[in-house]
Design a protein around this ligand. Structure first.
Ligand SMILES: Cc1cc2nc3c(=O)[nH]c(=O)nc-3n(C[C@H](O)[C@H](O)[C@H](O)COP(=O)(O)OP(=O)(O)OC[C@H]3O[C@@H](n4cnc5c(N)ncnc54)[C@H](O)[C@@H]3O)c2cc1C
Length: 181
């Protein structure tokens, strides 16, 4: 069964899946390829509502689970961007042709392995556009490209775009006002 938002992929479940998926899914919960709620594809507030409704109608559970639980789409995204921007911050100023090639491969592999299937799918589509091909010939270029990639997701989610002139302050040097020193 193809993964999909709730309501689009609830047909054709086998017995095991029918049993595993709570009958009442909260709005916004996204299903994974296995037909079950996909934690890394869903904001935890929605996903937590599922487990609450499946266990008790008057739950005293907090609105968010403890920090040492598996990541939801938000925690996964923040951690991933932290890793990706930090990689650009330490990328060589003059990378070898071999490293440039490996970096492009890394980005494409990352886009296939990203643990939120609908995020991964959109990111792959974005990467396919000629103007979005990874630019990796220097740290400055790669950092700028990563900022643009992140801004594309920000725009999709209706968030404010980040000023890419300041990506290095955010991810390498710290802000010019010295608050990170
Ligand atoms: C490849 C990828 C695709 C994703 N697709 C989706 C999706 O389809 N749907 C979805 O709900 N979530 C998606 N996410 C997660 C989403 O981008 C956010 O990470 C998540 O919503 C949490 O947002 P946040 O507001 O905490 O800040 P984040 O967007 O995680 O940003 C973390 C910090 O990075 C800094 N920052 C913000 N923008 C930029 C930028 N352009 N350049 C440099 N620094 C910046 C800011 O200081 C910000 O606080 C995706 C994540 C990744 C890595």
């Amino acid at each position: 069964m193809a993964p999909g938002p709730v309501g689009q992929s609830t047909e054709q479940k086998d017995d095991a899946q029918t049993e595993a998926v709570p009958k009442k899914l909260a709005k916004g919960v996204v299903l994974g390829p296995d037909g079950k709620p996909c934690r890394t594809c869903t904001d935890i507030s929605s996903l937590f509502a599922v487990s609450k409704s499946a266990t008790s109608s008057k739950s005293t559970l907090p609105p968010k689970p403890p920090a040492d639980c598996p990541p939801d789409i938000v925690a996964l995204g923040r951690s991933s961007w932290t890793l990706l921007h930090s990689i650009t911050a330490t990328y060589p100023t003059a990378p070898s042709p071999e490293l440039q090639s490996e970096t492009k491969t890394f980005i494409h592999t990352f886009s296939k392995l990203y643990p939120c299937w609908h995020c991964a799918s959109d990111f792959q589509m974005w990467l396919k556009e000629d103007r979005n091909t990874p630019r990796v010939s220097s740290r400055a270029e790669f950092g700028q490209w990563m900022c643009e990639a992140h801004n594309a997701v920000n725009v999709k989610l209706g968030k404010k775009e980040f000023d890419c002139n300041r990506w290095e302050e955010r991810w390498k040097t710290g802000w010019k006002d010295g608050r990170c020193d």
